[in-house]
Ligand binder design. Structure first.
Ligand SMILES: Nc1nc2c(ncn2[C@@H]2O[C@H](COP(=O)(O)OP(=O)(O)OP(=O)(O)O)[C@@H](O)[C@H]2O)c(=O)[nH]1
Ligand SMILES: [Mg+2]
Length: 338
């Protein structure tokens, strides 16, 4: 299959530019700047390669599609997802008789956008409601950013006037309790801990009683980092979940799996296993600022169907954003959308 520049000189079809139109219609640009800055590594890498490829190609052919696949896989979009995107792109090129490689950029942006929003508009808001004690549990492997994210989330809810309490459920790692305590002081939230080595389920139990007595709005529960293949630790997580569930109907209202974006595809397999043990309601994708592999967002959406609720774009208190697909795509492609 080969599309030669000289064979077709058709105008571009209406199916293109959907993303640009939607994005233009909203006043999201200001917030999107944070994505743009935070995703600099992904943007410069993906876009740099993409632009170099499209400029150097004078026709759309199989070689071009192969190279596109390579660029997307390098950005960690995931092989299965990439194949889907590129196959669909091929079809669109054929149907709309696209011949200029330069016209592909808009189509690629749209493909990615539509892949994410295909079934429904995915809400990234946390299920935090007024008039009840809300429980958010943070889980994940070691060092992904659970404790830091709790600090950032606490800060956001404090700013909105909520009474927030952090719970030191990581009783395992030396220094973990203190690390969370420091975050609570920084944010100005309540803090609940028992002595190191306590059973984390009993910490949760006591924390919930305390929170009920003191009219706390939101409790954010830290847990010890655990490898998904360590059976005893995963069982511990099940127990923590059960205790919370027993004490408050419908809780935990959110169980967020924290994934480090720099670990790429490995994060996907972590998610699958954690999801089997404890129902994950959302993903926090941290360290997106530290990787050129920001395409992992699309792989998570396509392969797991668990919503990404937050993304971490740095180590500071304000470097956490609700995940927004439009702002994300803007962060990745802003140089060509503008
Ligand atoms: N660049 C960047 N660094 C981050 C982000 N989130 C967390 N970090 C850093 O990642 C490191 C680990 O963060 P922690 O919050 O301690 O991770 P954890 O999951 O609680 O770790 P354990 O409790 O040991 O399992 C720290 O140096 C954080 O500053 C982010 O969004 N971007
Ligand atoms: Mg921690």
């Amino acid at each position: 299959m080969c599309y030669n520049v000289n064979d077709f000189f058709e105008e571009r079809s209406d199916v293109m530019g959907i993303f640009s139109k939607i994005f233009q219609s909203k006043e999201k640009r200001k917030n999107a700047q944070k994505y743009k800055i935070g995703m600099e590594k992904t943007r410069t890498s993906v876009l740099g390669n993409l632009q170099a490829l499209l400029i150097s190609s004078n026709k759309i052919d199989d070689d071009l599609f192969d190279e596109l696949e390579e660029i997307f896989i390098m950005a960690d979009i995931g092989v299965d997802t990439v194949i889907k995107i590129v196959d669909h792109l091929r079809n669109q090129v054929e149907i709309n008789k696209i011949s200029k490689p330069g016209d592909l950029t808009d189509m690629i942006v749209d493909e990615m956008f539509q892949l994410y929003v295909r079934d429904e508009i995915v809400s990234s808001n946390l299920d935090i409601q007024d008039g009840r004690l809300n429980v958010v549990l943070f889980v994940g492997v070691n060092g992904v950013g659970k404790t830091t994210t709790i600090g950032k989330v606490a800060h956001q809810y404090k700013e909105r006037g909520k009474k927030v309490m952090m719970v030191a459920g990581d009783t395992f790692r030396a220094g973990a309790i203190n690390q969370l305590r420091i975050w609570s002081e920084r944010v100005g939230s309540l803090f609940f801990a028992k002595e190191a080595g306590s059973d984390p389920s009993s910490v949760m139990f006591d924390a919930i009683q305390y929170a009920k007595e003191h009219n706390v709005d939101v409790i954010l529960c830290d847990t010890a980092g655990r490898l998904q293949n360590k059976t005893n630790l995963m069982k511990e997580l099940e127990k923590i979940h059960r205790v919370i569930e027993r004490e408050i109907e419908g809780a935990p209202h959110e169980t967020l799996l924290v994934i480090d974006a720099t670990t790429g595809q490995n994060g996907l397999s972590q998610a699958k296993i954690f999801h089997e043990v404890t129902k994950i309601t959302g993903i926090v994708l941290t360290k997106l600022d530290g990787t050129a592999k920001g395409g992992i967002v699309l792989a998570i959406r396509d392969e797991l169907n668990i919503p990404i609720k937050y993304i971490g774009l740095g180590e500071g208190l304000d470097d956490l954003e609700y995940f927004d697909i439009e702002e994300y795509i803007y962060g990745m492609f802003s140089d060509v959308i503008e």
